[in-house]
Design a protein around this ligand. Structure first.
Ligand code: GAR
Length: 212
């Protein structure tokens, strides 16, 4: 089976990138890591692994369109068949998302559709939920609302704070993101009519305990 060429987009710490690198999936070839922030610590993980890195500083572009046009050029240079957002904190335009429809995935630290957006752990604690988690999803035009591929659930304890809960969720993120990428590389995962399908069957996240 051919290796799946992918490009990972980051903005910061890069722990999900590291998890994807460490998974060393034989079906996956990380062709490049692109950061929109020059000082993103995560770039070092790619460099240590001998993966090409690029910085496209969004503040140096005069518009979102110009930034995304440059980003698209670089992604397409690497002939990526999957674009992986791993803590990439720029909102992407509908045109960009449409261009990569079905081959653009993201990880979000909540059990979507709950807690879209920022500060998910803080908001989960404030809401008093008993369960929280992370979701890998196909990116569609609606922010953090694309069809879910895999979720991992964690308990929320009464003595949790934002940091303890974030750490519990992050550990699960590092497990489910490589899993989702592996399914894609195996050719088992697809986006069809705005639904996520695994082996041609609708992924029912209500039954998904995150163990594949
Ligand atoms: C992760 O928790 C990821 O789920 C979140 O940013 C963090 C990046 O960490 N992404 C979002 O909130 C996207 N809406 P990392 O840089 O260590 O992978």
């Amino acid at each position: 089976m051919d290796k799946l060429p992918l490009v990972v987009l980051i903005s910061g710490r890069g722990s999900n990138l590291k998890a994807i690198i460490d998974a060393a999936d034989p079906l996956v070839e990380i062709r490049a890591v692109i950061s929109n922030r020059p000082k993103a610590p995560g770039l070092a993980y790619a460099q240590q692994a001998g993966i090409a890195t690029e910085v496209l500083d969004h503040t140096e572009f005069e518009s979102r369109t110009a930034f995304e046009s440059a980003l698209k050029t670089r992604i397409d240079f690497y002939q990526a068949k999957l674009v992986v957002l791993a803590g990439f904190m720029r909102i992407l335009s509908p045109a960009f998302v449409a261009h990569y429809q079905g081959c653009l995935i993201n990880i979000h630290p909540s059990l979507l559709p709950a807690f879209k957006g920022l500060d998910t752990h803080k908001r989960a604690i404030a809401a008093g939920v008993k369960e929280h988690g992370a979701s890998v999803h196909f990116v569609t035009e609606d922010l953090d609302a694309g069809p879910v591929i895999i979720q991992a659930r964690v308990p929320v304890y009464s003595n949790d704070d934002e940091n303890s809960l974030a750490a519990r969720v992050l550990k699960e993120e590092h497990r489910i993101y490589p899993q989702a990428i592996h399914w894609f590389a195996e050719g088992r995962l697809e986006l069809k009519q705005n639904l996520a399908l695994l082996d041609g069957k609708l992924i029912d996240r209500r039954k998904d305990n995150g163990n594949g």
